[in-house]
Design a protein around this ligand. Structure first.
Ligand SMILES: Nc1ncnc2c1ncn2[C@@H]1O[C@H](COP(=O)(O)OP(=O)(O)OP(=O)(O)O)[C@@H](O)[C@H]1O
Ligand SMILES: [Mg+2]
Length: 476
């Protein structure tokens, strides 16, 4: 069906230039979708959207009809209207793409970077969407959500197609599955990294969280391969996965079996067995999760027909993932900046660090405000298990009292003698650097690639890496 005809179903008599939820992004000919969010109500911005050139406005609480050249569409469920309109607008390109969806609690970002590296190495031009950024060749499009809302996401994908990048490695968050932000998309393959508790503020229960993640199975094109980390107990025993027609497994057991692993502060190397043959992998990244995330990506590429050798080379080429186990050496002290912000991620991060040569382990961390608070004591507990000195500080407190967040974390720590509480993150990092002796490892967890801190409703510039470097330089 012709695009313009398809638009009729949405009450539109033209092909929109774009679909926008943010009135500031409207260009002449856009459709403005008024969505009521947690903090803002799109209906309050309708006049601004029209001033900026919106040719149509859709919302649950608009008065329908055409006024002063602008079409008003009233719809009972704006999110469904928006997702489906966005898909129909861009579908000609979307249908022709090879999309790979990565879901799981942790490891999505790192895994999509591996996929990106592997497919581009194999000369299959691949773009990427995710938490840190959206990437089409050399074009970096800033990212607000792990999985953008449908209008933004599909615009990026469609642009990727137009620029010749017909493959895309995508991070698929559970929020996006639940809200159907990937409405209409069909994946040519997927990866389940792991499932542990997170976002329990958003999902009603662990079952609800797992079930929303499982929705990805229904988005696979013709039983495309789904790669499963079998070392994750919840994934290994999940009935829906067991029933899925085309799973490929990896882990200590599985189709791709991890054998020896060795970690240094800047590298991880391992051997895996696939179809009775053994392969060596030398990554330029470290952390036990780099092993898992790279092998998941290799398994997917192989399941899609790539040779194991090419897939391994592609994974080995990846230089770094911003803010994931980013290690810097400052004299004889190693500093690792990592985005770990769940109990499981912290535990895995610290267990990996423990395997490196070290004297003391000093960990600086906090927890985000206005988000899942049940994980806070568990984060404290995970850090205590492996650290010699814990410095509990602020992450993004948002509108919560930072002291209150720290109190929650401390509830999980049994021996507070080895624990320092310094609310100001800059001061906390300074204290860690000042306390470190030769051979020590400092871990700064929680913010990774982020270059800001959210204090109240304000976003101020802040980068863990920059702070560390500045403090070391001051001390020279
Ligand atoms: N396979 C893994 N298993 C457990 N922890 C991991 C794994 N991969 C990465 N991590 C840890 O979790 C942190 C977050 O990883 P990553 O950013 O890749 O996750 P994500 O799934 O993209 O998270 P988000 O939902 O925030 O986008 C890393 O910095 C690391 O500490
Ligand atoms: Mg991510």
């Amino acid at each position: 069906m012709h695009l313009q005809n398809r638009m009729k179903k949405y009450g539109l008599d033209f092909s929109p230039a774009s679909i926008e939820m943010d009135s500031r992004k409207i260009i002449p000919g856009s459709v403005f979708v008024a969505v009521k969010g947690r903090f803002y109500d799109g209906h309050d911005y309708i006049s601004q959207a029209i001033e900026n050139g919106a040719k149509a406005v859709a919302g649950e609480m608009v008065y329908p009809g055409k006024r002063k050249g602008v079409i008003f569409v009233k719809t009972p469920k704006i999110s469904e209207y928006m997702n489906s309109l966005a898909y129909d607008l861009y579908r000609a390109n979307l249908e022709k793409m090879d999309l790979f969806g990565v879901t799981g609690t942790n490891g999505k970002t790192s895994t999509v970077y591996f996929l990106h590296s592997i497919f581009n190495h194999a000369a299959q031009k691949c773009s990427l969407t995710g938490t840190v950024e959206n990437l089409i060749g050399k074009e970096h499009i800033p990212s607000v959500n792990t999985t953008p809302f449908a209008p933004e996401l599909f615009k990026i994908l469609s642009r990727s197609f137009d620029l010749g990048f017909h493959t895309c490695a995508m991070e698929i968050s559970s929020h996006s599955l639940k809200e159907d932000r990937i409405h209409g998309l069909e994946f040519s393959g997927g990866i389940f990294t792991n499932i542990t508790a997170d976002h329990m503020d958003y999902h009603e229960s662990m079952d609800d969280y797992i079930n929303s993640k499982m929705l990805i199975l229904s988005k696979m094109r013709n039983s495309a391969p789904m790669i499963i980390n079998m070392d994750d107990p919840l994934l290994a025993k999940n009935e829906m996965i067991k029933k899925y027609a085309n799973t490929v497994t990896f882990g200590q057991k599985g189709d791709f079996t991890i054998k020896e692993t060795s970690l240094s502060s800047s590298n991880a190397s391992y051997t895996f067995i696939y179809q009775t043959k053994s392969y060596d992998v030398e990554l330029k990244l470290s952390g036990s999760f780099a092993v898992y995330n790279s092998l998941g990506a290799i398994a997917l590429a192989v399941a899609k027909g790539m040779s194991v050798k090419t897939a391994v080379e592609g994974a080995e080429k990846l230089e770094m993932v911003p803010g994931r186990f980013q290690a810097i050496r400052m004299g004889n002290i190693t500093v690792i900046v990592d985005y770990a912000h769940t109990p499981d991620a912290l535990e895995k991060l610290l267990a990996s660090v423990k395997q490196l040569q070290h004297e003391s382990i000093i960990t600086v961390f906090g927890a985000g405000g206005d988000r899942d608070n049940s994980k806070r004591p568990l984060m404290g507990k995970a850090v205590e298990k492996f650290s010699d000195l814990l410095i509990v500080t602020s992450d993004n407190p948002r509108t919560e009292d930072p002291e209150h967040i720290i109190d929650d974390i401390l509830k999980g720590i049994s021996d507070t003698a080895a624990c320092k509480r310094i609310t100001d993150r800059r001061e906390a990092i300074r204290y860690a650097v000042k306390s470190a002796k030769e051979g020590d490892i400092i871990i700064i967890a929680g913010k990774g690639h982020e270059d800001y801190q959210i204090l109240g409703n304000k976003k101020v510039h802040f980068s863990d890496l920059e702070e560390v470097k500045r403090i070391f330089n001051e001390n020279k």
